[in-house]
Design a binder for this molecule. Structure first.
Ligand code: AMP
Ligand code: TRP
Length: 331
């Protein structure tokens, strides 16, 4: 059975972009794969995190994943820092990857903007740690949203360079699994930016713990244009906000853009937004309710994560020890 690995940063509450771009596919992949799902707290601290908030968000993240259908009994759910193999392999990869490769990473450039000098060194080597996450388990299939495409190419390159430098056939090839619809959900306030946990505007994202009124309000306030919806997908060109709302509707109803426009083309946003709210509330509310129930018992969540970490550790330990032996460390 092929091994699946994916991660999400506990730097906030998961949002609709995380759900459609990643989590929903994680749930689906559980049938037919051995899966590891990781709350990547080491990645989260590449930008400042308040310690108490990080702890709370790690639990909340675990709760949302379980509420969404991740089964921590059959698969492995854990937080990254609890398994030291990640950091050990990441160090080796810090020495395998090249500064030139890291310099081409668009996420680093996006996250730092003009102020590169003030960025943490961790943010720069972020892709090395991500490669280590996957390769510490010899995982071959990695479900992510479109924004992680470049990082996965990078992880493939590291695996290849390690194998080449040490003349071994040790790390496998990695395949990115990126959904065809809603692989990049955009901000509700600005259709040119992705929906993100780090956006300062709460109105820019729907979180998986929002209640029905909050969802309706955020969608009512979502930026749109003055036109009606087109009848064909070509009519969405250049209309970033309109396209985003139609894509969300399509992804949540399992339809194509064309089908949504067949039904709603000609409507204004005054009519489409309430329809979209209903679809979003139907998807989010059951998850939000179950998340609240799970969060009432934090000891149970901590136990689930500790148990996951022990099982993850058992899988990673022999692989990372072998990588260290290949490098020439005395063992
Ligand atoms: P992050 O929130 O950056 O930890 O991302 C966790 C997962 O959600 C990754 O697989 C991302 O590719 C995916 N993801 C994050 N933001 C979006 C978005 N706006 N649209 C689609 N997928 C996303
Ligand atoms: N960098 C990913 C993100 O922000 C999260 C992540 C960390 C990840 N390690 C991973 C995703 C390994 C897939 C596999 O979205």
């Amino acid at each position: 059975m092929q091994r699946v690995f994916s991660g999400i940063q506990p730097s906030g509450i998961p949002h609709l972009g995380n759900y459609l771009g990643a989590i929903r596919n994680w749930v689906a992949l559980q049938d037919g794969h051995d899966c590891l799902f990781c709350l990547v707290d080491l990645h989260a601290i590449t930008v400042w995190q308040d310690p108490a908030a990080l702890r709370a968000q790690t639990r909340a993240q675990a709760a949302v994943l379980i509420a969404s259908g991740i089964d921590p009994g059959r698969h492995i759910l854990f937080n990254q820092s609890a398994v030291s193999a990640h950091a050990r392999l990441a160090w080796i990869f810090n020495c395998v990857s090249r500064l030139g490769w890291l310099g081409r990473m668009t996420q680093f450039k996006d996250k730092t903007g003009q102020d590169r000098e003030a960025a943490s060194a961790g943010l720069y080597v972020y892709p090395n740690l991500m490669a280590a996450d996957i390769l510490a388990y010899h995982a071959t299939r990695v479900p992510v949203g479109d924004d992680q495409r470049q990082h996965l190419e990078f992880a493939r390159d590291i695996a290849q360079k390690f194998n080449h430098d040490y003349a071994v056939d040790f790390f496998p090839e990695i395949e990115a699994l990126i959904p065809t619809g809603a692989a990049r959900v955009m901000s509700l306030r600005d259709g040119s930016r992705k929906m993100s946990k780090s956006d300062t505007s709460e109105q820019s994202r729907i979180t998986m713990t929002d209640d029905a009124d909050t969802i309706a309000l955020k969608i009512r306030r979502a930026k749109t244009d003055a036109e009606t919806l087109p009848r064909e997908a070509t009519g969405l060109e250049g209309r970033l906000e309109a396209r985003n709302l139609v894509e969300i509707y399509a992804a949540l109803t399992g339809s194509s853009l064309e089908q949504v426009l067949e039904a709603h083309g000609g409507s204004g946003f005054g009519a489409f937004k309430p329809a979209l709210s209903e679809v979003v509330v139907n998807a989010v509310s059951p998850i939000a309710d179950e998340t609240r129930r799970l969060l009432a018992d934090p000891e149970h969540l901590d136990h689930v994560l500790r148990d996951g970490a022990m099982r993850a550790q058992a899988l990673a330990e022999p692989i990372v020890t072998e990588a260290e032996r290949i490098v020439g460390f005395l063992k």
